[in-house]
Design a binder for this molecule. Structure first.
Ligand SMILES: [Zn+2]
Length: 324
């Protein structure tokens, strides 16, 4: 059954989503460090202005929806993003979830079932509350659930996050997206864990799959029904765009057009890789790169407009709504 999708500026039907960037970040911060060790490049008002500019230039390129996968662990602040959302024509979807790829923050280690402060799992309350009531006492509700595993694999804390995400998905139908370690073929263990927890794998995006150079690994993920996130275009310190394009075309040729989503995993401001560093080392890692450079390269390689429409409009819509 197709769901409508919550955005910062209201509910949107599948038809209203349009061209969608499924994996981006507006502001990646660290509230504790921001208080105690302010970053010299962080100027809140200037960054809000830059976000308004960036998202407006996306609208000019045809983008209608951007999913902001900034969750707990990445400095989510929906009040700040709401200021941007109110000023731009692009719709922004908020996410719930937890970016903890090995250990959870101390609060969660002491609060939960069987722990020192015994009670219901606050992760499950957080995810379901963000989806059904609103994030941090705002009216903004989450339209995706973001989880992560990386080099450490599925540690007990990561398993707990996956369990909470599965519980929230099964209760609400909101899709799950991951940060995966593509080089280590980490998506397979993510699928195993989510399948064990009862999550239909066609409601899951295995994020960062586009960093893999292993076609048989990617085909196996897609054969189980999940979407492959080719979601780091421009992130050349992790992988080359030429390789991402080559793998993407190989998957299209193999018939996986319905299982692929494209994005950048870029940010307007990120404390961990600040603007000056990005400018010097990854100048193409920004949210207009797909439209200015990558899609024209795909067209030149023979990918037709109908295929691009499926990648940029139809597939993200199916992810977000669960419908056709
Ligand atoms: Zn991301």
């Amino acid at each position: 059954m197709a769901r409508s999708v919550p955005t910062f500026t209201g509910q949107v039907d599948g038809d209203g989503l349009g061209v969608t960037l499924i994996h981006e970040h507006i502001f990646v911060t660290d509230p504790e460090l921001d208080v105690n060790m302010p970053h010299p490049e962080w100027d809140e008002q200037a960054c809000i202005e830059r976000a308004v500019q960036t998202l407006s230039s996306l609208y000019e390129r045809g983008v209608r929806t951007v999913v902001d996968l900034t969750v707990i662990g990445l400095g989510r602040d929906v009040r700040r993003v709401a200021e941007v959302a109110a000023r731009v024509p692009v719709q922004i979807v908020a996410a719930t979830g937890c970016y903890a790829s090995s250990v959870l923050p101390p609060f969660f280690c002491l609060n939960g079932p069987g722990l020192v402060v015994d009670g219901p799992d606050p992760l499950i309350d957080l995810f379901i509350g963000d989806i059904t009531r609103g994030i941090a006492r705002t009216q903004v509700r989450a339209g995706m659930i973001k989880i992560a595993s990386d080099g450490a694999g599925l540690t007990p804390d990561v398993e707990r996050v996956f369990g909470a995400a599965a519980a929230a998905h099964l209760r609400t139908g909101v899709p799950i997206t991951t940060h995966s370690d593509a080089a280590a073929r980490g998506g397979t263990a993510q699928q195993d864990a989510l399948a064990r927890l009862g999550v239909p794998l066609d409601r899951v995006v295995i994020g960062h799959s586009g960093d893999s150079l292993d076609l048989s690994y990617l085909r196996a993920l897609a054969d189980r029904g999940s979407y492959l996130g080719f979601d780091r275009f421009g992130m050349e310190h992790v992988g080359r765009d030429a390789d991402r394009i080559r793998m993407l075309i190989a998957l299209l040729d193999a018939g996986y057009v319905d299982r692929l989503v494209l994005s950048h995993d870029a940010a307007v401001f990120s404390r961990v890789t600040p603007p000056s560093w990005r400018k010097e080392h990854v100048p193409n890692w920004h949210m207009t790169h797909l439209f200015d450079t990558v899609l024209p390269q795909l067209r030149a390689a023979g990918v037709d407009d109908a295929t691009l429409h499926r990648l940029m409009v139809v597939n993200p819509r199916r992810v977000l709504t669960g419908g056709a």
